[in-house]
Every structure is written in structure tokens, then in C-alpha cells.
Design a protein around this ligand. Structure first.
Ligand code: NAI
Length: 306
């Protein structure tokens, strides 16, 4: 494969001042993209701000001969970030939604503020940035969007109810934007990374952290951000040089004629069949998902994607 070149492209990397975002921003710029390095520069739990965090990475890019500006808005001010990209570079081709904070706490102790703050930065912030970039991407018939989600959302993780809900909210957003943007040349994919950063350094053993370089996540982001991006609406897990795709799996299931009705006892008796993944299928769309229900109801739903 030829080198993945980003000449002529403008990328916005949120939370680009450190950790994964910094690595993505440096790599995109090194390969020719003009980069908006966005970072509010707060603490890991989202308190405060520091304008030097984004600026330092933008300076580093420029010192290496690349083009970049620092942007210190919160992702909740997504429109201002995209405005900055348009004012400085005239377009926006790539959005890497990466900014993030943690407020981990067991669900029974979770406060309204902890819930709102985490939902705000991850989900509402991602929406604010993406929604502002969307009309530009539609108008130019081109866009690449990457959502940074998490295994905590995919599988659940103790103490991360707010974070898990936000991250799978981002995945749902990505899935629908992939459907809506496909015909306009926009591809939207998600990654669930594992990397050493200030978010993980206190919860993972030092030996493991040594192998979890953020630079090992960046190649996946670059593949998904490139013109040749092979995917749309996909989810990948990655870490320590390992990359894999994740998809939904559905059992063949059990059914009863709808006109007969179904008792909970009949359902309980069929439980093993409902749980049996032998010959499982992997629906890729709502149409594929509804096909079985349609068959059961005697209606061909393949013609009506609503
Ligand atoms: P990090 O803390 O090094 O980087 C996150 C950056 O986002 C920080 O520079 C922070 O200042 C910035 N940020 C926070 N709130 C912001 C806001 N409102 N507006 C703009 N910028 C803001 O952490 P890391 O690990 O590099 O995280 C990057 C992303 O990857 C996050 O979304 C995180 O949830 C996700 N992630 C990371 C994992 C890991 O193993 N490091 C695992 C799964 C997901």
C-alpha cells in the first residue's frame, strides 16, 4: 500500500494536547494535514483549564515544519472550534473526537453533577463538534470522523456508569451518522483504545502501561481518517499493537406464531434456544435486524428502512 498522505486535508483533533490526541495530531501533521489541536487543558476529572496545553502541541508541529493552530475551547463549544478550523484553514475534512475526562464512582454514589459532566464532555461535546463540522462535510461531499469510545461502554465496568453511558452514546451517534453520511462521502467509525495516559496510569499496572503506547493506537486512527478508509460504521478495539473489529452478534432465537400469543412460561422453557449462539448472525443495519420480525409477522420489511 502507498504511504497514507494527508496533504490538503484539514483535521480537528479534540483533546489533542496530550495522551492519544497529541499522538494523533502529531502523526496527521507529519503526513501533511493541517491540524487544529483542540484542548481545554483541564485536569483528568475535567476541572479548570490551561491554554498552554493545546498551544504546546501546535508549536511542536510547527517546529517540525507542519501546519497547526492551538484551540482552547471546550468541546461543548464545538461550533467555535470548527469556526476556527474554517477561518484558519478554509475547510474541515477530518474530526477526531477524542477529548475526555473521568469521574469514576460506584453508581449508588453517583451525583447528578458527575453524571452531567461526563455526559457533557464525551457525548454532548462530541455532538457539538461533529454537528458543526457536518454541513461542511456534506457540502464538500467528503468527511472522516472517528469517535473514541471505550471497552467500559461496550462491556460495562464497575464505577464507570456515566462514562459507559456516554461512550455508547457516542457509538450510537456514529452508527447513525455512518448511515446518513455514507451517500455524502462521509465515513464515521469508532475505536475503543487501551493506552497509557493520565487516565489509565493510576488504574493499570506499570508493566502493562509500558506496552500501551498511544502511538500504537494512532495508525488505526490514521487508516480511518484517510481517503482510502476501508470502513464505515465500524467499531475497533486496539492496544499494545493489537487491532480487532467488534460487531453485534444475535442468536437465531426462538419464535412462536404471533396469533397464538406467548406465555412467560413458554418463553422460559425456550430460554436455552434464545441464548444459543450456534449459527449466530451479525445484522449490519436496522433493515437486516428487522428482517426476522418481519418474516414472523408476514411482512417484507426489506423495502421500508424506516
Ligand atoms: P488524556 O487525559 O491524556 O487526554 C484527554 C484530553 O482531553 C486532555 O488533554 C484533556 O485536557 C482534554 N479534554 C478534556 N475535556 C475537554 C473539553 N471539554 N474540551 C476539550 N478538551 C478536553 O487521556 P487519553 O487517555 O489520551 O484519552 C483520550 C480519549 O481516549 C478519551 O476520550 C478517553 O475516554 C478515551 N479512552 C482512553 C483509554 C485509555 O486507555 N487511555 C481507554 C478508552 C478510552
Amino acid at each position: 500500500m502507498d504511504g497514507l498522505d494527508f496533504a490538503g486535508k484539514v483535521a480537528v483533533v479534540t483533546g489533542g494536547g496530550q495522551g492519544l490526541g497529541r499522538s494523533h495530531a502529531l502523526a496527521l501533521a507529519a503526513r501533511g494535514a493541517r491540524v487544529v489541536v483542540n484542548d481545554l487543558g483541564g485536569t483528568a476529572d475535567g476541572a479548570g483549564s490551561d491554554t498552554s496545553v493545546a498551544q504546546r502541541v501546535a508549536d511542536e508541529i510547527r517546529a517540525a515544519g507542519g501546519e497547526a493552530i492551538g484551540d482552547t475551547h471546550s468541546v461543548l463549544d464545538g461550533a467555535r472550534i470548527i469556526e476556527n478550523a474554517i477561518d484558519s484553514f478554509g475547510r474541515v475534512d477530518i474530526v477526531i473526537n477524542n477529548a475526555g475526562i473521568l469521574r469514576d464512582v460506584a453508581y449508588h454514589n453517583l451525583t447528578g453533577e458527575q453524571w452531567r459532566l461526563v455526559l457533557d464532555v464525551h457525548l454532548n461535546g462530541t455532538h457539538a463538534v461533529t454537528r458543526a463540522a457536518w454541513p461542511h462535510m456534506r457540502a464538500q461531499g467528503y468527511g472522516r470522523i472517528v469517535m473514541t469510545v471505550s471497552a467500559a461502554g461496550i462491556y460495562g465496568n464497575f464505577g464507570q456508569a456515566n462514562y459507559s453511558a456516554a461512550k455508547l452514546g457516542m457509538l450510537g451517534l456514529a452508527n447513525t451518522l455512518a448511515v446518513e453520511g455514507g451517500a455524502k462521502g462521509i465515513r464515521v467509525n469508532s475505536i475503543a483504545p487501551v493506552a497509557a495516559s493520565r487516565l489509565t496510569e493510576t488504574v493499570m499496572p506499570a508493566k502493562l502501561l509500558e506496552g500501551l503506547k498511544p502511538e500504537l493506537i494512532t495508525p488505526l486512527v490514521l487508516c480511518l481518517a484517510h481517503e482510502s478508509c476501508p470502513a464505515n460504521g465500524a467499531l475497533y478495539e486496539a492496544g499494545a499493537g493489537w487491532y480487532a473489529r467488534v460487531r453485534w452478534e444475535r442468536s437465531i432465537g426462538w419464535s412462536s406464531p404471533p396469533e397464538d400469543g406467548v406465555t412467560p412460561e413458554a418463553l422460559a422453557a425456550a430460554w436455552d434456544r434464545i441464548e444459543d449462539f450456534t449459527g449466530a448472525i451479525h445484522p449490519k443495519s436496522v433493515v437486516e435486524s428487522l428482517a426476522e420480525v418481519g418474516r414472523q409477522a408476514g411482512v417484507d420489511l426489506t423495502l421500508s428502512p424506516q
